[in-house]
Design a binder for this molecule. Structure first.
Ligand code: ZN
Ligand code: ZN
Length: 434
């Protein structure tokens, strides 16, 4: 099956490409990117059975397939929230050709057997690719190292205890030494549990007004600082997950200036909402780390602009409606994000914060390079993973349209502009907006 994508604006930050071009896909690979490609059409004139599928992309952006390097797919163990199949369907609809799935399943992905199970499940879906993330510690308990070598052979692309911080700095040091040896980045959920204690939202004026226990910004900052020091000491690649504070952005910026191998990601909710959103006690605004202040949002936007934060990831965290219907302190933290990530990020483009090539790089070449996977570009010969994005597609976020099994989004009812209209993996169309 061949595909010819015609007339779109091709943006491939990995090649510094931003031009109106056609993209020709043959046998699951990018065969050619060029102006007015006619070869497959001329050949089909002689033999119509060889005609390629033509996708007209006028007015759209044709980009390398988007990668979301931070999602929770809940299988094995919590299939009532999400399965690998429903999670990957949500990913495809969100424009993602690949996702990296965190290890906090049940059982935890701390052994090669669980890694292999996840990969088998994903292969059966034949849709969005899944990259498993291996746990740092057995059961995420932070006491002994997981079977890192075995999981590496089975196919993990990074290490993370996400959901739980690695409180023990000695264990983190050893994980980083393994990571360095095996060339696996350490993705760190930076939170000092003793400082965050039983906080459920950002600690500040609003938590006081609402009478809810707070998580101070410093609970994140001290761990970002610790992990940067450990990365400098061990030479490992530290990737700071879901940066939410101004100080964390600054720490990452200064670490980069010193030449320390550190990268960082931010979630759309952390640059879209502030702790003001918690007024009204909508439990879908409860996330970890929590929604912060307007100053933090400004610092995150500045970090996105100057490249301090090179990745946008959703931290897609499905929860059942009954779990979210508890009161604010009892409800679990997390919101779904795969199907709103792009629409929320496009607000950065529509408001002039980021240029499109900058924004697209944060979903393509940068996350691919953090994880060390050979995707995120439309270079000739690479796998034909493509996201076609209509920057002006306007829609309302509605629970009924979510492919995700869970509906816990604080963005229900929002009007967004910009969405994936076609998602292609290995030359197969896995999603089409009609
Ligand atoms: Zn986390
Ligand atoms: Zn997470």
């Amino acid at each position: 099956m061949e595909i010819l994508i015609r007339g779109g604006r091709v943006i491939d930050p990995a090649q510094g490409m931003d031009r109106h071009l056609d993209v020709w896909i043959v046998d699951g690979k990018i065969a050619e990117v060029g102006a007015d490609i006619r070869a497959p059409l001329q050949r089909a004139g002689d033999d119509p059975s060889t005609a390629p599928r033509i996708i007209e992309a006028q007015g759209c952006i044709v980009a390398p397939g988007f990668l979301d390097m931070h999602v929770h797919l809940r299988e094995p163990g919590f299939e009532y929230k999400e399965t690998i199949a429903t999670g990957l369907a949500a990913a495809a609809a969100g424009g993602f050709t690949a996702v990296a799935a965190m290890a906090n399943t049940k059982p935890v992905n701390d052994t090669p057997a669980v890694t292999e199970f996840m990969l088998r499940r994903a292969a059966a879906v034949r849709g969005t690719r899944l990259f498993p993330i291996g746990a740092v510690s057995v059961n995420l308990h932070g006491e002994e190292l997981a079977e890192i070598g075995g999981m590496h052979k089975a196919g993990i692309v990074a290490l993370s205890d996400d959901g739980m911080p690695v409180m023990n700095p000695r264990l983190m040091r050893r994980a980083m030494e393994y990571g360095r040896m095996l060339d696996l980045p350490i993705l760190s959920h930076c939170e000092d549990h003793r400082l965050s204690a039983d906080g459920v939202m950002h600690e500040g004026l609003i938590s006081t007004a609402l009478g809810l226990p707070g998580v101070p910004a410093v609970a994140e900052d001290v761990m970002v600082y610790r992990d940067i020091q450990l990365a400098a000491f061990t030479g490992a690649h530290l990737h700071v997950q879901h940066v939410s504070t101004a100080e964390a952005v600054d720490l990452v910026r200064r670490a980069k200036d010193k030449g320390i191998t550190v990268t960082a990601e931010v979630c759309p909710h952390h640059f879209t909402l502030t702790h003001e959103a918690v007024r009204g006690y909508n439990t879908n605004t409860k996330v970890n780390p929590p929604l912060r202040t307007a100053e933090d949002v400004e610092a995150i936007k500045a970090g996105l602009q100057d490249g301090t934060i090179e990745v946008i990831a959703s931290d897609h965290a499905p929860h059942h409606v009954a779990e979210k219907e508890q009161d604010y302190t009892a409800a679990p933290a997390g919101m779904i994000g795969l199907e709103t990530s792009l629409g929320l990020s496009m607000r950065l483009y529509h408001t002039g914060v980021l240029a499109l090539p900058q924004l697209i790089a944060k979903y393509t070449v940068h996350p691919a390079s953090v994880l060390g996977v050979p995707y995120g570009t439309l270079r000739v010969g690479s796998s034909a993973d493509v996201t076609i994005l209509d920057p002006d597609y306007a829609y309302e976020v509605e629970a009924i349209t979510f492919r995700s099994r869970s509906k816990n989004s604080p963005f229900l009812g929002w009007r967004l502009r910009g969405a994936a209209v076609v998602t292609i993996v290995s030359g197969e169309v896995i999603f089409e907006r009609v």
